[in-house]
Design a protein around this ligand. Sequence first.
Ligand code: RIB
Ligand code: CA
Length: 319
Amino acid sequence: MALPLLVDCDTGIDDAIALTYLACRDDAEVAGIVSTGGNVPAATVHRNNLALSELLGVDAPVALGADRPLVEPPMFADDTHGAGGLGHAVLPEATRAEDPRSGAQLWVDLARERPGELVGLVLGPHTNLALALEIEPELPRLLRRLHVMGGAINHRGNTGATSEWNIAVDPEAAQRVLAAFASAPQLPVLGALQATEQIVFTGAELERLEALAARSAHPVARILAEAVRFYFEFHQADGFGWTAHVHDPLVTAHALTGEFASTRPLPVDVELAGTLTRGQTVGDELGRWGRGPTVELLDEVRPAEFVEHLLGTLEAGLG
Ligand code: RIB
Ligand code: CA
């Protein structure tokens, strides 16, 4: 029985790799996709999600989310993902239809239709999940589990000095999601930067993607190679050398398989008022707050094993 997942993403290069990974897996069912503004505006994310899902044969509803965060003014990461969100890749216009519902409504409807079955996977800002919680406060109990790529716990940020992108774009939404899911039967699994930055593509992985694109007739193979090459150019310009941090696929594969990392319970909350630290995900390692854990934090990552699993899955699925 394939695991049904709702993927809420800001596609984006690593989001696209994660979506492709799921499409290549027989044990995964992409039950729905929500287009959330983040790396690029929501409308651009939506165009990418419609085109990619069509090329991948993912026949799931794709719904457009809100066009701005709850409070924070919109910000985008054109430098990291390119103005179109997928670097140098050129995607055809989708011929498939979008779902007419809002992203928030799609969260609610799919969770209600499949109580206890649907896994939520948030790979971008939490805007639309927070809006969905306003429609249906029972979401934490309707979903089977929630997995999130986001945050940096006692680890430098990648957006502000202490904030990670998905949380920094919409800190109010992230804070509301963590508060609501603290009472879920299973705590959300949080893949924060200290875990996901261990997943580093080197030139060898880029060459594997280029070789796959050269031999494959699947259009997404070329799209990923072109997107990831742009991602390398950004990381090189940003001082990380000819590499790329690939965040979303680790959280995605762990959500599907439970492999490649362990988890540990931790109380985590989001700083909203800090002048220097707004958007920081704070982990109460010492138990000073007197509150129970709010997340299962990805820990003890096995990077080499995961990277081989990811590239092997893409090569088998797109080859
Ligand atoms: O900080 C990394 C996260 O921000 C990833 O999900 C990436 O796609 C961007 O959304
Ligand atoms: Ca993302």
